[in-house]
Design a protein around this ligand. Structure first.
Ligand code: PEP
Ligand code: MG
Length: 753
């Protein structure tokens, strides 16, 4: 009998294994039964299971055919013998004459001398090899491809059954490395500030063992084929999309297409389904094999391809689950773990239970990071190897302050985090008490504290934070979290909601600030040498006036007779502002001609971010109704230091004479011409920096919601005139950063900065 036929003929083998594992016996007896079942079914004289100890050694755990005395005695060091070779490669080894293989290590205690044919497959879980399943025969023969595939399916079922933990108690297998279980600390990059402690929820959840089997292989096969066809059509459609709008860079899609139409990939999936797995389990099986194979690749190109494949698998799983996939039920205090998140993924989770987010990849400008900040959920990204190191249900700490993740933290770490969380909560409560207190300095200057926003979810923070309006609404966020270009209606709807939420409070809408680090997944972009200096923001808007006019139209419609403030990003010349303003005028008269209600008041302003404007404020300011200083970009351009590059981003201190003099110059020019001015970069939300801005004479600051409380506390404790004198004095003749001096000044003046 051919082994493959045995499995295909009766899918009962997988059932028998499952039943053996579910029986009321000690773990050892279960594994002994399993090897007997497999040996009989595959007509193998030997079947053995090796599992990995925490030390990395591979230990013979159960065998049918080898000497029973070798069980728990035979151990292979990492990389030793054929078993070590399989662990290293993460893929099957099929040999007709095993002793002739250079990696063969002879172990007399096993009595394996007479066996020549050898087939070993790794037990994979989450892309990690946790053990090896081996069958051997006396005769010199190579196992058929189908037999290899069958053994892989058995191995997958086995590793899921063992790894899920419910069938063999963790205690029974003591220090077996079935799942990572030691405390680990990973260093990443801070995407959103804050602290969280909770339970790991895997975004790409593995298929649960009890959903792995199907009694109706034909039905599963049909489901699989439908899903694959839909996937192929989707990818082909993306590629043929034309109009410059595609779902991902072209070469990535090409790779997708290659995989999606790959016969090997499809056949692997179909085989798995035919043997009795559900379509979902089949996807997981093929996925874990790819992970193990490509994950170890040194070649970055190959590793990239693995990401493409992961994505493809996720897409296929989504097609299988159908569009009506219900939202996942989260435990209380959920910490979401993902490789990366797509545009709308994070918003699909129940926010009341989501405490933190850990990402293996991403960037601070990625969708997930933007949404996490908007939701005030701490997020650490770029944690390499994260997904293989964490199990669903593990306890996890997200430390957004130090950009670290603690997996299965020790009790003392949890205690330390809990007390830091307590301190943060107390401070938050203090700030909440100030919510309705207007921000006057001790000497009576009113400082207007506004909030930066960009998504509908931000609006809830408006009152909670105690802000007096929205000083910067980043309209591009709606575009960045969408699957496709938001149409006029969607834009109008969002802007209308923002104005509704703000009520009488002012809102400054900034027109699309795309390009640079903010790219749209569905818009083809040319790779630029220097994106920060490239085709972005208002430059793009002026070159694509249809896009900008559509947005202005949406803003005018949304205002419906209310006051409207529009601001243009990265204006670099007076002519640009003039041209942008002309588009607004055109839209206003277009709306008038159609009898639409005009805004009760329309203010059009510019962001001061390009240093060139500093020497042309005399021409710019009379043309604008207001300006706002975008210090994030202004500093990047002043110091010629990429704000997104951690090597240089913090190299230059905005609290230093060149930056502060530039800011003072802007403030003075605005004061001289009576032009309203605010500062809306991140520095406005940091108390010491905000203290300095107030000292320089700025009276409106717009910041992330979390900054409003601390900055208000600073303002209430500040004597502006004393601060002004102090900062003026210490700027004279200062060499580099004056941060230390400003700190001392604030302390001397009893300012809470
Ligand atoms: C800035 O540059 O300071 C700013 C507020 O705009 P963004 O951070 O969106 O570029
Ligand atoms: Mg900017």
């Amino acid at each position: 009998m051919v082994a493959g036929v045995a499995i295909r003929g009766s899918r009962s083998l997988l059932r028998q294994i499952r039943e053996a594992m579910a029986s009321q016996q000690p773990a050892q007896a279960k594994l002994d039964m399993v090897v007997r079942i497999i040996a009989a079914s595959m007509v193998a004289e030997v079947c053995s299971i090796y599992l990995r100890r925490a030390s990395g050694d591979m230990e013979l755990f159960a065998t049918e055919g080898l000497d029973a005395k070798a069980v728990h005695v035979t151990r292979m060091k990492p990389g030793e013998g054929l078993v070590g070779e399989i662990m290293r490669l993460g893929r099957p080894l099929n040999l007709s004459d095993a002793p002739a293989h250079p990696a063969f290590a002879y172990r007399p205690e096993t009595g394996e001398d007479p066996y020549h044919a050898f087939l070993g497959v790794p037990l994979l879980r989450g892309g990690r090899a946790i053990g090896v399943l081996v069958v051997q025969n006396r005769t010199e023969r190579a196992y058929e491809d189908e037999e290899v595939e069958d053994l892989q399916i058995i191995a997958m079922v086995l590793s899921e059954l063992v790894g899920a933990g419910g069938l063999i108690g963790a205690g029974e297998l003591k220090d077996i490395e079935i799942a990572p279980h030691r405390p680990e600390r990973l260093k990443g990059a801070r995407f959103a500030d804050g602290l969280a402690y909770g339970v790991a929820v895997l975004h790409e959840a593995p298929v649960a063992p009890d959903e792995m089997f199907s009694d109706d292989a034909l039905a599963e096969d049909a489901r699989l084929k439908t899903a694959i066809a839909a996937l192929q059509a989707q990818i082909d459609g993306m590629l043929d999309g034309g109009q410059g709008l595609v779902g991902a860079p072209y070469e990535v899609l090409e790779t997708y297409r290659l995989f999606a139409h790959d016969r090997g990939w499809n056949r692997g999936l179909e085989e798995a389904v035919r043997s009795g797995l559900t379509a979902e389990a089949a996807v997981e099986r093929v996925r874990s094999e790819h992970r193990a194979r490509l994950g170890q690749a040194r070649d970055p190109y190959l590793r990239e391809r693995l990401h493409d494949l992961e994505d493809l698998n996720d897409r296929l799983l989504r097609h299988l689950s159908g569009d009506g996939a219900v939202a996942r039920v989260l435990p209380e205090n959920a910490i979401l773990i993902a490789r990366n998140l797509g545009p709308a993924d994070l918003l699909e989770y129940d926010r009341t239970k989501l405490r933190g987010l850990l990402l293996e990849e991403g960037s601070p400008a990625s969708h997930a990071a933007i949404v996490a900040r908007a939701l005030d959920i701490p997020c650490v990204g770029r944690l390499s190897g994260l997904r293989d190191r964490v199990n669903e249900g593990d306890s996890v700490v997200v430390d957004g302050e130090s950009a670290e993740a603690y997996l299965r933290p020790r009790a003392d770490v949890v205690t330390a985090i809990a007390s830091r969380m307590e301190v943060r909560a107390q401070r938050k409560a203090e700030f909440a008490r100030l919510r309705d207190t207007p921000a006057f300095t001790r000497d009576g200057a009113k400082i207007t504290l506004l909030m930066n926003a960009g998504l509908a979810v931000d609006l809830e923070m408006l009152r909670e934070a105690g802000a007096e309006g929205i000083g910067l609404f980043r309209t591009e966020f709606q575009f960045m979290v969408a699957e496709q270009m938001p149409r006029l209606e969607a834009q109008t709807e969002l802007y209308g909601r923002v104005l509704d939420a703000a009520g009488a409070m002012p809102v400054t809408f900034r027109t699309l600030d795309l390009g640079g680090d903010k790219l749209l997944p569905y818009m083809e972009a040319e790779r630029e040498e220097n994106p920060a200096l490239g085709w972005r923001a208002v430059r793009m808007g002026l070159d694509r006036p249809a896009l900008l006019r559509l947005q202005i139209r949406a803003l005018l419609w949304a205002a419906k007779g209310r006051a409207l403030r529009i601001m243009f990003p990265l204006v670099s010349s007076v002519d640009e502002f003039r041209a942008a303003r002309a588009l607004v005028d055109q839209e206003v008269s277009w709306a008038q001609r159609r009898g639409r209600v005009a805004p009760s008041r329309l203010d059009v302003g510019a962001m001061v971010e390009a240093p060139a404007l500093l020497w042309h404020l005399d021409a710019l300011l009379p043309m604008t109704d207001f300006v706002s200083v975008g210090t994030n970009d202004l500093m990047q351009y002043l110091f010629a230091a990429d704000r997104g590059n951690p090597r240089v981003a913090d190299r230059y201190d905005p609290l230093s004479p060149p930056a502060l003099r530039a800011l003072k110059q802007i403030q003075q020019a605005c004061a001289d011409t009576g032009t309203p001015v605010s500062v809306c970069g991140e520095m406005a939300g940091r108390p010491l920096e905000a203290f300095t801005l107030v000292a320089l004479g700025f009276e409106a600051l717009s910041m992330p919601p979390a900054g409003v409380g601390p900055v208000k506390q600073m303002v209430l404790s500040c004597d502006r005139e004393a601060a002004r004198r102090g900062v003026e004095a210490l700027l004279k003749g200062a060499a580099g950063s004056v941060r230390g001096e400003i700190e001392t000044l604030a302390r001397k003046l009893y300012v809470a900065a």
